[in-house]
Design a protein around this ligand. Structure first.
Ligand code: BTN
Length: 254
């Protein structure tokens, strides 16, 4: 079913971010459309969604695929204040999970840096890119109505977990509203609430993790998140390592 943009617009709250919604039935990647818009001066809040991406991309150069019309795929132009910038991966994950919960009642868990899980399986992926200039492009791929056969191993969809199909429009409105609220809260209160917000949605702290850095597999205990958003891991020799999202290709919970 094609996407009902008017329904999303009618459910959006107006606040600090003025949302400007766009829809392309098919595109290579919504990230490319949002990057092009940002480079030509689009204001924060410019958002594009699609039914089908021909060349959807994930983190670390991986591809991101979803059957037509079954997933929520969108990219948004943002211009976060400097203090929010390093915490954007965590903030984005918190707002995607918050939007899913508001819209469906399902309470996703977060896996550092910004995977959104439901019942231990990947529900959504988040990609942050920086085109030239001061914008950040937030890309979200959320598995909504895919069947198990349409997903890769280790992934799930809302329809599978909830047992009924879910409106992509309602999800997009809820996620953007949560993002808008987060922006306003950061302006009012600063960024101190972002880490507690992320911690309250993860169960990975205190658990053993494996991560790959510079081609080497390392093991340790995920102790906490640093003020800069890094994952703090205590390795087996007692050293505390600060793991930065861009540095690692894999973080596996054991
Ligand atoms: C990940 O690797 O977990 C991140 C996946 C991000 C996918 C989304 S889908 C919408 C946007 N357009 C893209 O090409 N990628 C992001």
């Amino acid at each position: 079913m094609s996407f009902d943009l008017a329904r999303v617009t009618s459910e959006l709250a107006t606040g600090e971010i003025i949302w400007s919604l766009h829809y392309e039935p098919v595109c290579d990647s919504t990230q490319d459309l949002a990057r092009a818009a940002a480079v030509s001066g689009a204001a924060p809040g410019w958002t594009v969604t699609t039914d089908l991406q021909r060349r959807g991309r994930g983190r670390h150069g991986r591809s991101w695929t979803a059957p037509a019309g079954q997933a929520l795929l969108f990219s948004t132009v943002l211009r976060p204040p400097v203090d929010v910038l390093p915490l954007m991966p965590l903030l984005a994950a918190v707002t995607v999970a918050g939007g899913v919960e508001l819209s469906t009642g399902a309470a996703p868990e977060l896996k550092w840096p910004n995977d959104v899980l439901l019942n231990g399986k990947k529900l959504a992926g988040i990609l942050l890119e920086r085109p030239p200039g001061s914008s950040v492009i937030l890309g979200v791929g959320l598995n909504v109505n895919q069947s198990a056969a349409e997903l890769s191993e280790g992934a799930t969809s809302l329809a599978i977990e909830l047992g009924h199909s879910v409106s992509r429009e309602g999800l997009l409105a809820a996620i953007l509203n949560d993002l808008g609220n987060a922006y306003e809260r950061a302006d009012r209160e600063g960024v101190d609430w972002i880490l507690p917000g992320w911690r309250s949605r993860t169960s990975m702290l205190g658990k053993p993790v494996t991560f790959r850095r510079n081609g080497m597999l390392l093991r340790g205990l995920a102790e906490d998140i640093g003020l800069d958003g890094a994952l703090l891991v205590r390795t087996s020799d007692g050293t505390r390592v600060s793991v930065v999202a861009g540095d690692v290709e894999l973080v596996r919970l054991e």
